[in-house]
Design a protein around this ligand. Sequence first.
Ligand code: F6P
Length: 333
Amino acid sequence: MINGLPAAVLPKQRKCSDPIVAKMKPRIGVLTSGGDCPGLNAVLRGVVLAAEKLGWEVVGFRDGFEGLLPPGNHVILDRERVKALIIVGGDGSMVTAQQLQEAGINCIGVPKSIDNDLEATATTFGFDSAVDVVMDALDRLHTTAISHKRVMVVEVMGRHAGWIALHGGIAGGADIILIPEIPFDYEKIASVIKARDAAGNLGSLVVAAEGARPRDGQQVKRDTKDGEFRLGGIGEIVAHEIAKRTGKETRCCVLGHLQRGGAPTTLDRILATRFGVKAVQLANEEHFGSMVSYQNYQVRQVPIAEAVNRLRLVPPNGEVVQTARDVEISFGD
Ligand code: F6P
């Protein structure tokens, strides 16, 4: 067994002697794994259309990796004409892709995550759409914050990496951004809000990544299942602490899964399509065990092994954080 897959689904490495099978069109498999993400359909479009151009058939596996298992489409992988499996997923899925590759199933990875936390690619598709949702929410919440002289705390996704909070917060004009990489201090947050009040800015916007935590505290975990924990709840706590320390009416708004659904942005549609097409090209060139990667405005390839087991976190002293500080955004530190 490899990662729950019975040996029966492993491809046979022998040459095809059956004349009927030999005449069949080459096939590739594609599956998506992990959370939904804007742009998935664009990847599939890229894969299917690029494969059709090569005269290949594409087998789509439902339900992620489970689709490989009986009674799913796993039989397909026994056929000699199956060339490769394209796996669209985040860090965990790339770990599985690497394991399958090592077990003899030819895999190509396509990086997908709204969190944008995969190593070895400058960006993942889905991220821009999630940031767009945060920006739109902040644009709307400015009205309530200013007209009611309130503090609005917006909790956004981002387990380990604060990219969504950082980019969404800068784009939407947040006053304070709280991210996992920069532990915060409630007193500092309160002093920033009081200073804004004193300067006549009576409404303030705070963006908190779900994985943000105070300097002397832990991440807020809702529950743990199968070793995986669910985050959420830091926004309410931050709102409560701000109200207690500043005396200001403070409300929390949790964006949650709104950030993962809906129509992808133009950037994500194009990026995802390019990723899908590149994945087929890599399969055609037999660059198995590689992952599609976006670097310097080009779609390239890297070994899957380079992208796994390490998350791409926000550098606390990096240029984007410094840019935010330069436009008077506080990180509560
Ligand atoms: O990894 C993407 C992500 O959106 C995280 O930011 C978040 O913690 C997680 O998925 C939520 O997953 P689920 O919908 O399974 O609770």
